[in-house]
Design a protein around this ligand. Structure first.
Ligand code: FAD
Length: 339
């Protein structure tokens, strides 16, 4: 206030004493300036609150050095690596996240064993670098491989940790997070002579890690429920880098990782699941019907009779334009297997 008052005095130096009207206008002007200063102050506070700081490259360098001490260099991809882009896009399903504006990771780690995952978590914590985990890359917002704001982050891509071990006698299996649901279905059917299955999602390229973290519904759910109803154990790397099984993580965390949202409670490396019996033969059919052919009536009828069908019978309704459908599942599968 004093500063602006002084400026007025300077500018009004032709008048020895300000008149009353000059004095009033001075006060009004000073008040206006005060409002402007207040606005500037609020704007500055907002900028401080919401501005995302540029990545700390010093921390990023320390993080990379930390990782290099525990993870073989061929499993680390930085933007300078020739394969960085192909590894990054290998499981991106939504082309909207392939634009140059997408905030990319400072590195991608592709662990081949659990200790590499542990190293990424520990190095990230030590050097303040956020670690995102990707299994099948089907996240609707792409948050397993991109950031919505500029920040230094790394991606732990579990594509190399994808084995499925089926125990037919106990009707159980251990499946790694990097496997797809299609790989799980195939391994279970093969090991059991088509007598066992697992109730999870439709699209075969969905990753086990993200799918189980969100619940996992599919065509067997009327009879058997959703995927996480059949998870009986898991191995988690928590924020301290500890390996925890169901007993060690405790009931609460074990409950939370089964549907409580991916990436919230740690990185789940593998899941033990209970398999379900199925008949060796399954009948499927599709009834394509256009709006001009009475699709609205068919949909109405389907809603009436659907709930009354036996629970061994699943039905779904897809509304779409054009035929045959172009599936993000099939194209993505081809991309990933070419890695
Ligand atoms: C084409 C398509 C079809 C779909 N069909 C179905 C369906 O039939 N039924 C259904 O229920 N859902 C379906 N979904 C939704 C799908 O299950 C979720 O998007 C799921 O999160 C994808 O898992 P992901 O591993 O492929 O994805 P990712 O992008 O790898 O991961 C998704 C989220 O989980 C986190 N995450 C990944 N791996 C781990 C891990 N190991 N530990 C902890 N957190 C992890 C990621 O950080 C991210 O936040 C479909 C999605 C798409 C795009």
């Amino acid at each position: 206030m004093r500063y602006f008052g002084f400026k007025w005095t300077q500018r009004s130096s032709l008048a020895l004493e300000p008149t009353t009207s000059q004095s009033t206008s001075c006060k009004i002007r000073a008040a206006k300036m005060a409002v402007l200063r207040l606005r500037a102050l609020v704007l500055a506070v907002c900028l401080v609150c919401f501005y995302a700081p540029a990545p700390s490259w010093a921390a990023a360098g320390d993080f990379l050095r930390c990782l290099s001490a525990s993870v073989p260099s061929q499993l680390l991809f930085t933007p300078g690596s020739p394969s960085f882009s192909s590894v990054l896009v290998s499981s991106i399903r939504n082309p909207k996240f392939l634009t140059p504006g997408t905030v990319r990771p400072l590195c991608i780690v592709t662990p081949t064993n659990a200790s590499h995952v542990q190293a990424a978590v520990l190095c990230g914590r030590r050097h303040g670098v956020r670690v995102r985990v990707r299994s099948g890359g089907h996240d609707y917002e792409g948050l397993s491989f991109r950031s919505v704001q500029p920040e230094a982050f790394a991606v732990v891509d579990l594509a190399n940790l994808r084995s499925v071990r089926v125990n037919r006698a106990s009707a159980t299996a251990w499946v790694d997070s990097g496997a797809t649901v299609g790989e799980l279905y195939h391994a279970v059917a093969k090991a059991s002579g088509d007598r066992l299955a697992f109730p999870a999602g439709l699209c075969p390229t969905i990753g086990i890690g993200g799918h189980f973290s969100g619940g996992g519904f599919g065509l067997l759910q009327r009879k058997y429920g959703i995927a996480v109803d059949h998870v009986i154990d898991a191995v988690l790397v928590d924020a301290q880098g500890r390996f925890l099984d169901k007993k060690a993580m405790g009931r609460e965390v074990f409950w939370a990782i089964r549907g409580g949202g991916g990436e919230s409670f740690g990185i789940v490396l593998s899941w033990r699941v209970r398999l379900v019996p199925v008949p060796p033969k399954v009948t499927t059919f599709i009834v394509p019907v256009s709006v001009n052919d009475g699709a609205v009536d068919v949909l109405t009828k389907w809603q009436e009779i659907g709930p009354a069908l036996p629970e061994t019978c699943s039905s779904g309704w897809w509304s779409r334009t054009g035929w045959p459908p172009s599936s993000p599942c099939t194209s993505a599968r081809a991309t990933r297997s070419s890695r």
